[in-house]
Design a protein around this ligand. Structure first.
Ligand code: MN
Length: 744
């Protein structure tokens, strides 16, 4: 016992396995992986080989326990984000914080919670504040392990005969996080100190009971404490259900078998990932760039250093080796900035993990095996790895989501090359418009709003079929938009309509999934501030193999309308916009229309009767639109997925109008029209050599708007390897930079 004191510096017994501390267990595990390349150095998956059925049964019991915890616990919450959308997830971790299995739901957080547990171990939480049966921990700090503050995590350690057997972890996306602006994903913070409540891996309870001081702190720290409280109870209840399930499995299987099971399952996950990637892809180097705008030059409410227009850049390079090893590099990414779209490496790892688990191993055991099978590089100082704990990450998804369409496009090409056409997908839609704000609601109570219809945008087009319509979110494989009545309980905004939004899907041989539009009227409050939080200056969901990107965003809100007057006079009122060029909102004869490309704004005032149009994005298209079946194009027009004039313009389909107002295909006219478009294309086309020459000249002349020139300069200054690559590709001098007006 004499060395116990030296291990922990106290007379406490270590809680790890075989008399080790958790830190020793973590270091041993990392050393074994470093030396052997296998999880905990495991060679044979003995349990799986000796008792394959028992092994699968144990996994099924554990996974069943996690799904059961989620399905039961979500009913404790009152927040529609949790209860209706299912924006929560539970997972079980080894004592070192490696994920063994997880429930359904917002699975992007399975790896971020792993980071948070490892943080607590590395910082010596075993000694201080101590880890004991009945303890409750919480974290929402992206620097430690999270994407943004709104995703709040709860951890409960699970013990068996004095040893820590593992951790139950649960996460929910809360309605308000006490940030500088209301709603949970603040667009506007320029530093961490405006991102809201920071729960930096705290011990917040003992004996299965929350500390009163923690509860009070949160009650006073957020705008909607009643939702907060129930969300926290949701997470704790789920973690306790997982603890019960794990204890039951151990009492049935024996603790030593369960310990070995945890190790084997993760190593199996790692091996399966490698085998699946080897089977599904052709090795090689794949690249996919993405851009997004930060349009804050004219935002007077920001500090002067943050009032800039900027173009954010992400170049994703994935190298797949012959053995199925995957390495992802973001070299060339823009520097971090004074906005809330920065990410921590934990957020980036979470995004890699969520996408790979959905594309490469969806039918296998999903755990940290996939993480162990991949390597990544996030350039220090970039938006992917700021190395500066003062930056804001409040709306980290703002660039994370479009940037990671790159991984989908890369995997799509790699799957196609190997012949797995059914697995190929173009870019998923950006989960925007974020309809966010707060104030006083229709019941006279403080409210905070982020409408989670965003979890049902369009999926990317596949290589054998169209993308999923209004059903997808990159971060939650089970997207749901919730019933309008549910949102009307929470938000002082009545739905005038929720309809398919034409032309949101990226055109292609297979079109992207469509977005939709919700037209909302402010009701029973004159004290409300709302913002549009969405992209729109760049295409955030690019197409694949000649498919077009999904539509870029715009804003159309109407203030001081005569809508209520018209309704009282029993006149018809608009229920949608439909075609922005012939907007049905123009039926309102009075009103101030904010109809522009300002898709990312600060909250601004709304009054009763004002209209807020929230339209949700579509996914990217795949293949040449001229190859799309004309019958499908006509069906899209008849079902409002496509405006009639675009059948002609984009798809080369000649429509005939029927007596009932519907359309059918003019077969001969379509053949002739497509021939004509192809001829025009041929006439317009130039050899690649000539195109490259022209583009090179454009670069040499700096023939771009200034934010783009500045953006490229900042990427070149930050990432020397990428700068060399860019300059060599375009055959530019080795010290080339763009000239910028106000730079000396
Ligand atoms: Mn979230």
């Amino acid at each position: 016992m004499s060395d116990v004191k030296s291990k922990l510096g106290t007379d406490k017994l270590p809680i790890g396995w075989n008399g080790r501390t958790l830190l020793q267990m973590l270091e041993d595990s990392e050393r074994a992986f470093e030396e052997t390349g296998r999880y905990c150095g495991i060679e044979a998956l003995a349990l799986m080989e000796s008792d394959p059925i028992g092994y699968e049964k144990t996994f099924a019991k554990l996974r069943g326990g996690l799904v059961n915890a989620r399905e039961t616990a979500m009913n404790i919450s009152a927040s529609p984000i949790v209860k209706e959308i299912g924006e929560l997830c539970f997972a079980f971790y080894t004592p070192e914080g490696d994920s063994v299995a997880l429930s359904t739901g917002i699975i992007v957080h399975v790896h971020t919670m792993s980071d948070a547990i490892k943080f607590m171990i590395r910082k010596g939480y075993e000694q201080n504040p101590g880890i004991a049966p009945g303890d409750i921990f919480t974290n929402n700090d992206p620097v430690i392990g999270n994407v943004h503050n709104a995703d709040v995590q709860t951890f409960v350690p699970i013990f068996w005969e004095g040893e820590l057997i593992g951790w139950a972890g649960g996460v929910t996306h809360v309605i308000d996080i006490g940030a500088a602006t209301p709603g949970s994903v603040p667009v506007g913070p320029t530093s961490r100190y405006e991102d809201g409540l920071q729960l930096t891996a705290l011990k917040v309870g003992e004996d299965d009971t929350l500390h009163r001081d923690h509860e009070l702190r949160c009650e006073l720290g957020v705008r909607t404490p009643w939702y907060w409280k129930l969300d926290e109870r949701t997470r704790i209840a789920g973690c306790h259900m997982i603890r019960d399930a794990v204890e039951r499995i151990i009492s049935e299987e024996g603790v030593n078998t369960f310990k070995q099971f945890m190790r084997d399952v993760i190593e199996e996950g790692r091996r399966t990932f490698l085998n699946r990637l080897k089977e599904l892809t052709i090795p090689g180097r794949y690249e996919a760039p993405t851009f997004n705008g930060v349009p804050f030059k004219d935002e007077p409410r920001l500090p002067q250093h943050a009032q800039v227009d900027n173009l954010m850049h992400a170049l994703m390079v994935v190298s797949i080796e012959a053995g199925g090893e995957l390495e992802l590099s973001m070299d060339g990414a823009s520097p971090w900035g004074y906005h809330s779209f920065n990410c921590t490496p934990s957020a980036m790892q979470g995004a890699i993990w969520v996408l790979l688990s959905q594309t490469v191993v969806p039918n296998d055991k999903v755990n940290d095996g996939a993480y162990l099978a991949t390597r990544s590089f996030f350039p220090p100082g970039s938006w992917t790895n700021p190395q500066n704990n003062s930056v804001s990450t409040g709306a980290a998804w703002g660039f994370l989501i479009p940037a990671f369409t790159g991984l989908y496009r890369i995997l799509g090409r790699a799957f196609w090359a190997r012949g797995f056409h059914e697995e190929v997908m173009a870019s998923y839609g950006m989960t925007m418009n974020g309809m966010q704000g707060g104030g006083i609601d229709h019941l006279g109570k403080p409210c905070s709003i982020l409408n989670f219809e965003i979890s049902t945008v369009g999926g990317g087009a596949c290589a054998v079929k169209d993308g999923l319509d209004y059903a997808a979110a990159m971060w939650n494989p089970e997207g749901d938009m919730a019933d309008v009545e549910i949102w009307e309980i929470l938000e002082p905004l009545i739905y005038l309509g929720r309809r398919i939004k034409p032309n949101t899907a990226g055109p292609g041989k297979y079109r992207g999934g469509s977005g939709f539009e919700s037209l909302r009227m402010v009701w029973k409050t004159n004290d409300l501030e709302m913002q549009n939080a969405g992209e729109g200056l760049t295409f955030s969901a690019p197409g694949l193999f000649g498919g077009y990107p999904a539509a870029a965003g715009y804003r159309h809100n109407v203030h001081e309308t005569d809508l209520l007057k018209q309704a009282r006079a029993n006149k018809p009122y608009p229920v949608r916009e439909y075609d922005p060029e012939h907007s049905e909102l123009s039926a309102l004869t009075e009103g101030r229309h904010l109809f522009d490309k300002k898709t990312t704004t600060f909250p601004y005032p709304f009054r009763q009767g004002d209209l807020y149009l929230s339209w949700l994005r579509g996914g990217g298209g795949l293949g040449d639109p001229l190859e799309r079946d004309p019958q499908q194009v006509t069906k899209d027009v008849n079902q409002d997925f496509l405006l009639p004039r675009y059948a002609h313009k984009v798809y080369g389909v000649k429509l005939l109008k029927n007596d009932d107002g519907s359309y059918s295909v003019d077969d001969e006219g379509t053949v002739a029209l497509r021939k004509e478009i192809r001829k025009k294309r041929a006439n317009r086309s130039i050899p690649v050599r000539t195109y490259i020459k022209g583009e090179r000249q454009r670069i040499q002349e700096g023939n771009f708007i200034e934010p783009i020139r500045k953006s490229y300069n900042s990427c070149m200054a930050l990432c020397s390897k990428w700068a060399k690559y860019y300059r060599e590709f375009w055959d530019l001098p080795s010290d080339f930079t763009f000239s910028v007006g106000d730079e000396s």
